[in-house]
Ligand binder design. Structure first.
Ligand SMILES: NC(=O)c1ccc[n+]([C@@H]2O[C@H](COP(=O)([O-])OP(=O)(O)OC[C@H]3O[C@@H](n4cnc5c(N)ncnc54)[C@H](OP(=O)(O)O)[C@@H]3O)[C@@H](O)[C@H]2O)c1
Length: 288
């Protein structure tokens, strides 16, 4: 199917956003800890993203910590009216950069205030509750307590919309009984397709699905099939990986991360790619 058959936008909270957005995690230092080597380059990536039509940025105050949000503020504040910034809470960083669960009431409230202050906002557009029962992937457990805290913060006017991250389908169903859920952000890409059924279900419910690690994250996707398809299409493997997600479902919003303007441009150009049935079949074997 031609990618032009898909809308280039999707409803996220109260706004239609371009389906090709930007993930800001790569703007912090190595290991998402401390400042970047080149702050000017980080500012340039963000400004280029907006100039190129990106109006959906994914971030968190635990990137750095605090640093990525401060860079976003420096680069883009005052924000254009059509920009949606999505953040996530429920983790904190150890002195050694460790990712530590922070799902208590006090920690969640603190995290929302940290995000507001560092982003320079009075209300956060979308806040994802990132489940931390297992830092590396979705694990069952009730999210009622932390999500109720986030819903209270929404009622107080500090948070406009709520999403979930690193969650199971059971947790999505539980979450939807507590408050309106506008997006789900889990790991998903050409190689990791555990959420296939969940994506289709969310599409039927009109809920955005935002795959993190769309390019493979800390270990970018590598496979001979991917390279072959890319070569046949005169594209790069990363562009093919993004085009595959773009065509996978209309409720998928892309947030590829990069610290480089050249990679950003390459990634944004991926929507011009069409994956017909033949390359799509070739790419099937990459699923683990
Ligand atoms: N909810 C969660 O738990 C969670 C977890 C992880 C991430 N996230 C979000 O998801 C976003 C995306 O994930 P991610 O940034 O970790 O991983 P990603 O987008 O899958 O991949 C980023 C990596 O790919 C490289 N890259 C990007 N474009 C490239 C290109 N055109 N050619 C070659 N290499 C390229 C980047 O390096 P360069 O900097 O050199 O381009 C970086 O090493 C993050 O920014 C964050 O907002 C959420």
């Amino acid at each position: 199917m031609s990618p032009t058959a898909f809308s280039t936008t999707y409803q996220l909270g109260h706004r239609l956003v371009n389906r090709l957005g930007y993930g800001a995690m790569q703007l912090a230092g190595p290991g998402v800890f401390g400042p970047p080597k080149d702050r000017g380059a980080a500012l340039a990536v963000l400004r280029e993203a907006l100039v190129s039509g990106v109006n959906h940025i994914d971030t968190s105050d635990f990137y750095g910590p605090h640093i990525t949000n401060q860079i976003i503020r420096e680069a883009l504040h005052p924000y254009p009216d059509n920009l949606t910034i999505v953040t996530k809470i429920s983790a904190r960083r150890g002195a050694d950069g460790a990712w530590i669960p922070a799902m208590s009431r006090a920690e969640l409230i603190q995290a929302v205030h940290d995000n507001l202050r560092n982003l320079g906002l009075e209300m956060l557009d979308v806040v994802n509750l990132r489940s931390m029962f297992d830092v590396h992937g979705p694990a069952e457990g009730s999210i009622e307590e932390p999500l109720t805290v986030l819903a209270e913060l929404q009622q107080q006017g500090l948070v406009r919309h709520i999403g979930l991250s690193n969650v199971t389908p059971t947790q999505v169903a539980q979450g939807r009984t507590i408050c309106n859920i506008v997006c789900v952000q889990n790991q998903y890409n050409l190689a990791h397709r555990e959420d296939d059924a969940l994506i289709d279900d969310l599409a039927r419910q009109g809920i955005a699905y935002v795959p993190f690690f769309p390019l493979g994250g800390f270990t970018p996707l590598q496979s001979s099939e991917l390279s072959n398809v890319a070569q046949q299409l005169g594209a790069t493997p990363m562009q093919v990986a993004l085009a595959w997600l773009w065509q996978r479902s209309p409720n998928i919003l892309l947030i590829p991360g990069t610290s480089s303007v050249a990679h950003l441009r390459e990634n944004l150009a991926s929507v011009r790619l069409t994956l017909t049935s033949e390359p799509l079949a070739q790419l099937e074997s990459i699923a683990e």
